[in-house]
Ligand binder design. Structure first.
Ligand code: NAD
Length: 289
């Protein structure tokens, strides 16, 4: 297939490289001139979308996705499917689907979980929203970049699943960080706490796979001075998306709201540029108050 890939950042570059490695003809466009292995660099949106079987976007936010898609749609034809893999707000995702539908272009919102490691390994989880026809057309490419592909429902359902998942992640990471900071203050060896929790009812991804305590559990950003990984400001972005979605449908999400408030405070106070698991350091230095 001929694939236009727009946004070759931390996630997009390895995803595009995996498509190229699988034998597809991939044409990459990035505003900052980023490139990816095996991907032909193009300079204009026209070159990234004309004559493509599929156009994939992996961009920072809903505003940028809408702007890029608006320009892309001017040059796309109905045989091309659009897959947006960015994490964006549901309203923007629905607006992109509607713009595509008005040109009879099939579209899928397909945000991912699994981080840069998953993007490199081709083992991302994709949560897809869109019609069955659109999903069927996108699936083969998603299977190259991902290990698990779930068709969650109509347009926007992928973003809905993504923000629900990341709301759980934000809340659980805060819980784990609180517990490990409390454990340290109670003179517990973090390794012993890990050994207990990771095989007990407190076990979860934030402990077992991504433990925020340095030197404990599998390698994680905690073992690399909390370099992201998944930056605290991206977690804040996703938690704020969960809160605007909750407002949209009048859902009560008290823990999600607290988690968004916590990450806002963390990002405003030295957390920017650190992995979201560095919340542990915050709790270690914080007093009860
Ligand atoms: P990034 O900032 O590394 O990459 C975004 C890229 O988009 C940049 O290279 C930038 O130059 C490019 N870009 C911005 N505006 C553009 C435009 N108008 N035209 C072309 N290129 C443009 O971000 P990332 O970490 O790759 O994340 C991308 C998306 O994936 C985000 O929506 C993020 O929330 C989501 N995501 C990230 C992770 C992660 O661990 N990093 C995990 C899951 C989902």
């Amino acid at each position: 297939m001929r694939v236009g890939f727009i946004g070759l950042g931390n996630m997009g570059a390895p995803m595009a490289a995996n498509l190229a490695k699988a034998g597809h003809d991939v044409f990459g466009l990035d505003a900052a001139g980023a490139t990816a292995e095996g991907v032909k660099q193009v300079e204009t949106i026209i070159d990234a979308v004309v004559d493509m079987d599929c156009v994939i976007t992996m961009l920072p936010n809903g505003r940028i996705v809408k702007e890029v898609c608006e320009k892309a749609l001017e040059h796309m034809v109905s045989s091309t499917v659009l897959i947006d893999c960015s994490t964006i707000d549901i309203e923007s995702a629905r607006a992109v689907h509607a713009a595509c539908a008005s040109k009879e272009i099939l579209s899928v919102d397909a945000p991912v979980s699994g981080g840069v490691g998953g993007a490199q390994a081709g083992s991302l989880t994709f949560m897809a929203g869109g019609s069955q026809d659109a999903f069927d057309k996108a699936k083969a490419l998603l299977e190259i970049m991902g290990g698990k592909i779930v068709h969650c429902g109509e347009g926007g359902a992928g973003q809905a699943a993504k923000i629900c998942n990341n709301m759980i992640l934000g809340i659980s990471m805060i819980g784990v960080c609180e517990a490990f900071a409390l454990g340290e203050k109670l003179s517990l060896d973090p390794q012993k706490l890990f050994d207990v929790v990771s095989t007990s009812s407190g076990s979860c991804w934030s402990v077992n796979t991504y433990c925020p305590a340095p030197g404990v559990g599998p390698q994680s950003p905690a073992d690399n001075d909390y370099k992201p990984g998944f930056a605290a400001e991206l977690m804040l972005k996703d938690l704020l998306l969960s809160q605007s979605a909750a407002e949209l449908v009048d859902a009560d999400t008290p823990m999600g709201e607290r988690a968004a408030g916590f990450y806002q405070k963390f990002v405003d106070n030295d957390g920017t540029g650190k992995d979201f698991s560095a919340a542990l350091e915050f709790f270690k230095s914080a007093a009860r108050g």
